[in-house]
Write a protein that binds this ligand. Structure first.
Ligand code: PNS
Length: 160
């Protein structure tokens, strides 16, 4: 069983995330999308909401499941017999930090990280930018799955 994990904050999931998850699902027998719930960052969506959104948008792929993790990613990998971490790389600016984490994770646990280039159409998309643009009234509908866009607009309206 070749099992991989696609970890992230997914606050909220974007078309860029969905692109990576869908492509990873074709390469592995099983893909777990793992939502990091470490407390340090201020999130717009709760872990439960992020899991729900991801479950909706990954429905087309039967070998993809969604879970959350707290603590170290490598501990999650060990506990779930995951041998590979799949990370999307949007641009070289992502590379420095991702390389450092990949090497650290490899040395801590032996779990390897595979980098997948983001499709060019999503290479500029980041959840943080999407939230900022939507908050100030910009159109982000084309950057998110429809169900995620609806929830984002509702959440921003609630907070206004
Ligand atoms: O979507 P993000 O914010 O880039 O996701 C980052 C995430 C959650 C994948 C990363 O911060 C992570 O793996 N956190 C878990 C804590 C951990 O294992 N830290 C050590 C990394 S070497």
């Amino acid at each position: 069983m070749r099992r991989a994990v696609c970890p992230g904050s997914f606050d909220p999931p974007t078309n860029g995330h969905v692109d990576i998850i869908g492509r990873a699902s074709g390469l592995f027998d099983e893909v777990i999308v793992a939502v990091g719930v470490n407390k340090s960052k201020n999130r717009l969506f709760s872990a439960e909401e992020r899991i729900e959104m991801l479950a909706e948008v990954t429905r087309p792929w039967p070998n993809v499941s969604v879970d959350s993790f707290d603590g170290l990613l490598v501990d999650y990998c060990r506990a779930h017999d995951v041998r590979a971490i799949v990370k999307g790389l949007r641009a070289v600016t992502d590379f420095d930090y991702e390389l450092q984490m990949a090497q650290m994770n490899q040395q801590l646990s032996g779990v390897d990280t595979l980098f997948m280039p983001t499709s060019p159409e999503w290479s500029f998309v980041a959840s943080s930018l999407v939230k900022e643009i939507a908050t100030y009234g910009g159109n982000v509908a084309h950057l998110l799955p429809e169900s995620v866009h609806r929830r984002l607009m509702d959440r921003i309206a609630e907070r206004a």
